[in-house]
Design a protein around this ligand. Sequence first.
Ligand SMILES: *Cc1c(COP(=O)(O)O)cnc(C)c1O
Length: 381
Amino acid sequence: MKFGTKCIHAGLSPDPSTGAVMTPIYQTSTYAQAEPGKHQGFEYARTQNPTRSALERNLAQLENGEYAVAFSSGLAAMDAIVRLLEPGDEVIAVNDLYGGSYRQLVQVHGRYGIVSHFVDLADVAGVAKLINKKTRLIWIETPTNPMLKLVDIAAITTIARQKKVLTCVDNTFASPVLQNPLDMGADIVLHSATKYLGGHSDVVMGAVMTNSKDIADKLYFLQNAVGAVPGPQDCFLMLRGIKTLHLRVERACKNAKKIAKYLANHPKVGKVYYPGLKDHPQHELAKRQMRDFGAMVSFDFPDGTYEMAVKVLANTHYFTLAESLGGVESLIGHPASMTHASIPRKERLKVGLTDSLIRLSVGIEDVEDLINDLEQAFQNL
Ligand SMILES: *Cc1c(COP(=O)(O)O)cnc(C)c1O
């Protein structure tokens, strides 16, 4: 089955009890038993729900995995993965990690004895040197937020396998349309399904995919034992969103490419960060590793100031000023004051995250309207 067909059919079949073509929302917390312990595979809805099971079968195939486990958010999914470790174990994570993932590793798991190191995963030899007897997990994000840097997934997973260290790729930014980390040697893939998978900015959810039965069994145990499960209504919305995942991402990438080129040629705009531009330092890696370049674009102004960024943010109409990404609608954001405000300014500046950097999540509107929207917002700069 090819990808677009998977989005619509993988793991799904008409409901056996009624023939309903669309997976029903099993809005129930419990299931009737004929005799104690005699049931149809469903006992209690934290443990099993048919809508969730259908979604999990579908999600697994999107990442070419045997197993998928759904959680109530991307960060709940991450929490389950890090709980595979023991106190004293160490994590090596990419240094410009999603802010919430950084916060969880340091402020939550740090308290329970998990030690995290944040490094530039582009330095593959450096990573090899950092691995010691306690290293259990390498946490990859690619492309990163908001600087759109890439990590060579195959290079890192090759080293990790030699040293028997698990690898997890947070594939939220690329989506399974553009890259499938399990095929590149990763043990685990994580998605904030809130973003491209759901695609309509109406559900918060997380998903973990793997080919390891051992890892999947441990995650199903944690899903039930800890209980951060998504409800059946959200699972239905996620299945509905995924049906157009391939079309949405394809269109959003097309729009983003045009917008990145427009920005790169604009006299008022300075640096443009987009892996699809030839001058992106990892353009060759992006061509090799991804099927397209994604729909996230960041840009800056020469001698930019906070005030300049605010002026632009206040004057777009179709680009809504908001956190998050990956929906059908275009969003505009200011990382320094929004997603990355908790990182000290000095640290932000080191990676190029200036006070005037603007991040776009390009949606699937008509690109001419989006470009006109940016153009009029630049007018009074
Ligand atoms: C949003 C996001 C998360 C967290 O997911 P939630 O669904 O918000 O909990 C993790 N990683 C990345 C890259 C994200 O963009």
